[in-house]
Write a protein of this length. Structure first.
Length: 460
């Protein structure tokens, strides 16, 4: 799209220079003046640009990116795409395409893409500094190289990496512990287990380790969706034909990388923002009415604010309309023996703490409308696993943590498939299935089914 718009601007500049009258701001006049062959090659240039942008790694994650290196790769991608376009024009003898327009298109595209990527990188760095979308890191070896890498990551938090601890080579080293400024959270034997429990995204090897042990860690990390990198020249043969990637000033070689559908997740976020914005505008009168009903019905605040655990174990405040009496948490202890759910979940069909208005709100899931604000804030999504309590997560087994790899949702697979099922195992298995088989189409199907669930009033 950037290349296409730049091409239209280049044509307008050329038409103006040739004395062709073009109404300012009317692209239709420009469009009718462009030869169809020029439009075709402009589209071809866009295809070349996308292809070389992917080849130069411009569509990979921005974590660890250096702004100057980013702009250098952008210039390379645009110039290479332009060079291939010129070669195509020469081979096809496309003399009708103006070389001046081609040159202007290249310059304008380069400037526009560099500006767009610079703005996007700045936005991402700001989110990294806020602790959002960062990649958690464990470092194998707490020697000179390991500590230097740790200090580098800590000093440049805008790169998007969060250091969580060292992994000792000695298998007799302690298991996860905290409090030390440079903690050893585990050893090579339990490296991946510790990494999974801490929501680690990448493991870095900074000291020589036996080849078989490294391969074992790589295989286990691959099964758990964790990336593994090594410092170059330490592992002869393991990283043949693997590209060297820089994390700030540190060269690393990826041994395994999990494929991440970044484009699809961007579309998911755009869908979340659009739907929630429209929903809040449409539901504003209803939400105001509900707030008045809650306030009149019983003493206490309109909103119930609860600490929940989100993606990668990050805590956030989840908003709901209050449906219980004000001291519901204190009363819960006396009702544990009447729990109708299995495992860590707690729910009663006839909970005495629920207010009359609260019962009606729960029946049609209207108490969850304020969670649209959580979605806009980036703490939740429209579709995803149910946001758990901190006390629940503390009792999770290691496989249960898989459901925290994505943002929690207002609705989800469990809500539409087995909301009344008391089984904790089914609850976990449905959430895990959602995480492992996620797609935009699955989200749309769940959202469509949610409408039926809400209308049928199965929320109690």
């Amino acid at each position: 799209m950037t290349a296409f718009v730049s091409g239209l601007i280049a044509f307008r500049i050329r038409l103006t220079a040739d004395g062709v009258p073009v109404t300012a701001g009317h692209l239709g006049d420009i469009w009718t003046s462009i030869p169809m062959i020029s439009v075709c090659y402009l589209v071809l240039f866009g295809v070349y640009l996308v292809a070389f942008g992917r080849l130069y790694g411009l569509y990979k994650t921005t974590a660890g990116r250096n702004s100057l290196n980013e702009q250098r790769m952008t210039i390379q991608a645009v110039l290479t795409a332009g060079l291939v376009l010129c070669g195509t024009l020469y081979v096809m003898r496309a003399y009708a395409v103006s070389r001046i327009v081609v040159a202007l298109t290249l310059v304008l595209t380069m400037c526009a893409v560099m500006l767009r990527r610079a703005v996007w990188l700045r936005i991402q760095q700001r989110r990294f500094l806020q602790g959002r979308e960062v990649r958690n890191v464990l470092i194998v070896g707490d020697g000179r190289v390991g500590n230097a890498l740790r200090n580098h990551l800590l000093s440049l938090q805008s790169m998007g990496f969060r250091f969580l601890g060292f992994v000792a080579i000695d298998e007799s080293a302690p298991k996860p512990a905290g409090g030390d400024s440079s903690p050893v959270v585990g050893n090579l034997h339990n490296c991946v287990t510790v990494a999974r429990s801490l929501f680690v995204d990448e493991i870095y090897f900074t000291v020589p380790v036996d080849r078989e042990k490294v391969l074992a860690v790589v295989e286990e990390a691959h099964a758990n969706g964790i990336d593994v990198r090594v410092v170059p020249d330490l592992y002869d043969g393991l990283a043949w034909n693997a590209p060297v990637e820089y994390v700030g000033q540190f060269p690393t070689i990826p041994l395994h990388r999990r494929d991440f559908p970044r484009g699809a997740f961007v579309l998911k976020r755009v869908l979340d923002m659009a739907v929630c914005s429209v929903a809040l505008l449409v539901c504003a009168p209803l939400m105001l009415l509900i707030a008045l009903m809650v306030k009149v019905d019983s003493k206490g605040p309109v909103f119930f604010r609860a600490e929940r655990v989100g993606r990668k174990g990050r805590s956030f405040t989840c908003l709901k309309f209050r449906t219980m009496v004000d001291d519901a948490d204190q009363l819960r202890k006396g009702l544990l023996d009447r729990n109708e759910r299995e495992g860590l979940l707690f729910k009663m069909r006839k909970d005495p703490r629920v207010t009359p208005v609260g019962y009606w709100l729960r029946k049609y899931s209207l108490d969850e409308l304020p969670q649209f604000f959580n979605v806009l804030a980036g703490d939740m999504s429209l579709v995803g696993p149910r946001p758990p309590l901190t006390s629940e997560v503390q009792q999770y087994a290691l496989p249960h943590l898989r459901r925290l790899d994505v943002l929690p949702g207002i609705t989800g697979l469990w809500q539409v498939e087995a909301r009344q099922d008391p089984s904790f195992d089914n609850y976990i298995s449905l959430d895990t299935a959602y995480v492992e088989n996620w797609s935009l189409l699955l989200d749309l199907k769940i959202m469509a089914r949610t409408v039926g669930v809400v209308v049928s009033g199965t929320g109690v």
